[in-house]
Design a protein around this ligand. Sequence first.
Ligand SMILES: NC(=O)c1ccc[n+]([C@@H]2O[C@H](COP(=O)([O-])OP(=O)(O)OC[C@H]3O[C@@H](n4cnc5c(N)ncnc54)[C@H](OP(=O)(O)O)[C@@H]3O)[C@@H](O)[C@H]2O)c1
Length: 268
Amino acid sequence: MEYADLKGKKVDMIGFGTYKIGNGEVEKAVETALETGYKRIDTAVMYANEEGIGRAINKSGVKREDLFITTKLWTDVKTPEDVRKSVYGSLERLKTDYIDMLLIHWPTEYKNEVWRGMERMKKDGVVKGIGLSNFKIHHIEELEKEAEFYPEWNQLEIHPYFQNTETVEYCRKKGIVCEAWSPLARGAALNDETIKKIALKYQKSAAQIILRYDIQNNVSAVPKSTHAERIKENIDIFDFSLTASDVEEIKKLETNKRLYRDPDNHGF
Ligand SMILES: NC(=O)c1ccc[n+]([C@@H]2O[C@H](COP(=O)([O-])OP(=O)(O)OC[C@H]3O[C@@H](n4cnc5c(N)ncnc54)[C@H](OP(=O)(O)O)[C@@H]3O)[C@@H](O)[C@H]2O)c1
């Protein structure tokens, strides 16, 4: 495993994504992920699967302090009191007494008020880290004007076709951990001819090449799968390195077009 530096704390670069895995199926998937060696689980209130994840964690026998659980506040959270209620709901469903990283799922006009609530939860120790998701540079700058604690994390749409370079570089300069959501472009990048050619050269899968590219770019990632062999494959990327010329080739796949929603106009 390679690690992100979270204010001096080492955090696994690869976590397990759980979007669109329902409560029933997620239990098995997270059990498999934990058996395979994942320590970091990414969920959100919106995914409606925290209960299944809680069951898997409790069955697994992995010590809580060895895990890193991220969850996210949905866009209906508008006040510090809403934050408190949302976090306590997550804790109950996840059957745990703290969250490692709490993110604002999408920026809204209430983000600064929501951040105040998150800062309170951090001071109370119920939430260890606070961060963002889908925040562009201007959203971060609007937030920092009133923030007491600087954001620690930003989870963004990042894959070979939309590498989000400007925001990634900004976050890096500011010491914010940058994380790729939909790192495989939900499977769309796996049939790319350039990626497949590079995969052949290293005798790795297309998914492994993309995830390795992220790690070498200091971007953490949360690939999702419900298949045991893919779950295993996606974390097995630490025994090789891409050459500078292969990195350059993947860099050129940039289209500057998002495949998913624009944070300025997400409609949630
Ligand atoms: N913050 C946000 O707004 C936001 C938005 C979207 C996602 N996320 C997070 O990011 C995570 C990952 O994103 P995602 O789930 O949208 O997409 P993804 O991880 O890019 O891709 C998942 C898709 O790729 C397939 N897949 C995974 N590993 C594979 C492999 N090794 N070989 C072949 N196919 C493979 C999966 O199929 P199977 O499952 O059938 O194996 C699934 O169809 C989410 O689960 C969620 O935790 C966050």
